[in-house]
Design a protein around this ligand. Structure first.
Ligand code: DAT
Ligand code: MG
Length: 155
């Protein structure tokens, strides 16, 4: 049985600024997931650094943080069976060129510009998803969603 999961998606600044990319991505999301929460935010350096702190010290860290603060991002909590892997599958491989070679119809192949400007973030495990959802939506109750709210979506 596929586990009902929540995951965090962040549509990165270059994709939010590109109307063709954004509407394609939104359609993909609507077709495949329940959109549980959505907000558009402008990240400051401290927030972006904190969100990506697992990558601190890597050669691309400063570039990534600067890029994530270069425009608004759309943050979504997505729900569905196997949502964590499902959203990462829709994104495809991290590096845009690799994505174009391996999975030409994935979002990163279609709209990725570089290894950093690769369209969107996706949580890499249910545990990361829980941490990342709390990061952006501290008031969000996993218990309520799984035990009450989600029942309404199923009807
Ligand atoms: P993912 O976003 O696929 O989970 P990740 O967690 O390894 O990939 O890296 C986080 C982000 O950092 C990624 O979306 C884009 C950037 N990044 C990763 N590897 C990179 C690289 N080799 N060069 C430039 N940016 C990179
Ligand atoms: Mg990652």
């Amino acid at each position: 049985m596929v586990r009902l999961e929540l995951t965090l998606a962040i549509i990165k600044p270059h994709a939010v600024k590109n109307p063709v990319a954004l509407s394609y991505i939104r359609n993909e999301i609507k077709n495949k997931f329940i959109v549980v929460k959505t907000k558009r935010v402008s990240l400051d350096k401290e927030t972006a650094s904190n969100f990506y702190k697992e990558h601190m010290g890597k050669f691309f860290y400063n570039r990534l943080v600067t890029f994530m603060c270069s425009g608004s991002v759309d943050v979504h909590v997505l729900g569905g069976g196997g949502a964590v892997a499902g959203w990462r599958r829709a994104l495809g491989p991290t590096a845009a060129l690799r994505a174009q070679f391996l999975q030409p119809a994935c979002l990163r192949a279609l709209f990725g510009i570089s290894d950093t400007r690769n369209v969107a973030h996706g949580s890499d495990s249910p545990a990361s998803a829980e941490r990342e959802i709390k990061f952006f939506f501290p008031e969000f109750s996993f218990y309520d969603w799984h035990h009450t709210d989600e029942v309404m979506f199923r009807k």
